[in-house]
Design a protein around this ligand. Structure first.
Ligand SMILES: [Zn+2]
Length: 255
């Protein structure tokens, strides 16, 4: 079987785990090559620690989570609530794509409750378009060569399955993550600093339980005990063949 290079990229540490952790654990089990990337190190995610200290802690947590499935972890070192779809940021994301060379990219939904999630989504979409263009220069030292083509692009669910105004966002298909759910939970548990933060700021008592309820709810949409939803972005000229669905076979069910 061909090995596919997969990049799962979202705004903050723990977003990938919550929304796609079971799916990327399945892909890792199938021997595909995984990179988890975040735009920020989650520097605002603490009531007690200053930005530089919490950022270091959270990068460590994210790297330990990625290591559980043999994935690499990369942080783009942008700041929380300061991800913008601008020229330098797009060039930075293109350089990441050229360094990691994915055929398959999973990223945040275009409409979500948080500005960072939406900006990340637009940046990744547009960077996927730009990454194969040889005249698009990133300005990075030792810049990587352009991609051979635009990668297959998928959106994870928005947080809670809702857009910014509370409308439900239906996934195109749901991945059965029953076999990797415990691994997903263990990955998320590595983000220990977030339990306390979410209790303070979001009023969420235990974010592992919140994730579990959500993953169960998404699974039920397709008759699975646990699931994660995705939509494939098929805008011109992005690839439209169902690469991710093909890699997962019966584990991916249309809803
Ligand atoms: Zn986030």
């Amino acid at each position: 079987m061909n090995i596919t290079s997969v990049l799962a990229i979202h705004a903050h540490p723990d977003d990938v785990e919550i929304l796609a952790g079971g799916t990327i654990a399945l892909l890792a089990r199938l021997q595909h090559r995984l990179t988890i990337a975040t735009f920020t190190a989650g520097d605002c995610g603490s009531h007690e620690l200053p930005p530089a200290e919490i950022a270091v802690m959270r990068k460590g947590e994210a790297a330990r989570s990625a290591a559980r499935i043999g994935a690499a972890y990369v942080c783009l070192d942008m700041c929380d609530l300061a991800i913008f779809n601008d020229d330098p940021s797009r060039r930075r994301v293109v350089e990441l794509l050229r360094e990691t060379r994915p055929q398959l990219v999973l990223t945040s939904a275009p409409s979500d409750y948080l500005c960072d999630h939406e900006a990340a989504s637009a940046l990744v979409r547009d960077a996927c378009f730009a990454a194969p263009a040889p005249n698009y220069q990133t300005g990075a030292q030792g810049a990587a060569p352009p991609l051979e083509g635009i990668p297959h692009l998928y959106w994870m669910d928005p947080v809670g399955g809702e857009d910014r105004e509370g409308r439900m966002v239906e996934p195109e298909f749901v991945v059965n993550v029953a076999d990797t759910f415990l691994l997903k939970r263990a990955m998320l548990a590595e983000h220990a600093s977030q339990r306390e933060w979410l209790r303070h700021h979001h009023g969420t008592d235990d974010y592992l339980d919140t994730m579990e309820r959500w993953t169960r709810e998404r699974g039920q949409r397709a008759g699975f005990s646990y699931g994660e939803g995705f939509r494939q972005y098929r805008g011109h000229p992005y690839p439209r063949d169902p690469l991710l669905q093909g890699l997962l076979g019966d584990l991916a069910a249309r809803v």
